[in-house]
Design a protein. Structure first.
Length: 269
């Protein structure tokens, strides 16, 4: 039996987070209703048993769970992981702020593939973690999907991802760890607040931001903070009722030129 006491990082984490936000002890103490002397004692580890409300107040202010404040040395984490924690993606949390994916199952206890219609967009952003809302969405069975992952279907809107046509249904896989995404991975990204679903080439930057780029060059790429993202779903497949158009004459000419250039390169070598 291991009787070794667990290491507690609360004191060093509070000091680290305060300095990261560039807040003085006086300013933070005032925001939390503490004296500067008490905050200094907490940061120095001289207060062995802070009051329960102190834990709650620090957790609410820094948007990080109490478990994480106690158990994880935050100074060892990168900026991206810190921003994910602040945005609700706290893998250490044991309370209600965990980003929980609500799912529904069929009579055989297999996960359904829910369809999120355009008219349900606003409701989805409010009820994405509400099992009752998810259970009310239309459901489909798609053959040959891996059974160890969660999928959902989202309609594409607009022409920013041409040649994927507007109105195509995007089948996408839920991403629990955004750092697994490679550069320019096509994804459905669910944004907070009054923002929208977007279907973009998605890159998670080292500075904690997420770059969203369109396939259509008429649209400029832009970045959002990780804290502004609710969910990311990686592209798996799409279906469309539009038949692809035949290539234009200019497309045919460009393709022929490209093939010719390839042959010339081979001859040179």
């Amino acid at each position: 039996m291991n009787n070794k006491a667990p290491k507690i990082f609360f004191a060093s984490n509070i000091k680290f987070l305060r300095e990261r936000k560039k807040i003085s002890q006086e300013a933070l103490a005032a925001k939390l209703g503490l004296t500067r002397a008490k905050l200094a004692a907490i940061e120095a580890g001289n207060t062995k048993s802070p009051q329960p409300e102190d834990y709650l107040n620090f957790s609410d202010f820094f948007k990080i769970s109490i478990d994480t404040l106690l158990k994880v040395d935050l100074s060892k984490l990168g900026e991206l992981k810190l921003r994910e924690l602040e945005g609700g993606n706290d893998v250490y949390i044991r309370g209600g702020n965990l980003r929980v994916l609500a799912i529904s199952v069929d009579q055989s206890n297999n996960e359904n593939v829910e369809y999120v219609p355009v008219k349900a967009k606003a409701g989805y952003m409010a009820g994405y973690n509400d099992p009752e809302f998810i259970a009310a969405l239309p459901k489909y069975s798609i053959p040959n999907l891996p059974t160890d992952r969660t999928y959902r279907i989202f309609p594409s809107v607009g022409d920013s991802m041409l040649p994927v046509p507007e109105g195509a249904d995007i089948v996408a896989q839920y991403m629990t760890d955004w750092t697994d995404l490679k550069t320019d991975t096509p994804c459905i990204v669910i944004l907070k607040g009054q923002q929208d679903f977007v279907f973009k080439l998605t890159t998670v930057n080292e500075d904690g931001t997420i770059r969203l780029k369109s396939l259509n060059p008429a649209y400029e790429p832009y970045t959002v903070a990780a804290a502004d993202v609710l969910e990311i779903w990686r592209f798996y497949a799409y279906t469309s009722r539009e038949f692809p158009e035949a290539p234009s004459d200019i497309d045919t000419v460009l393709t022929a030129i490209k093939h010719l250039e390839t042959k010339l390169d081979r001859l040179r070598k």
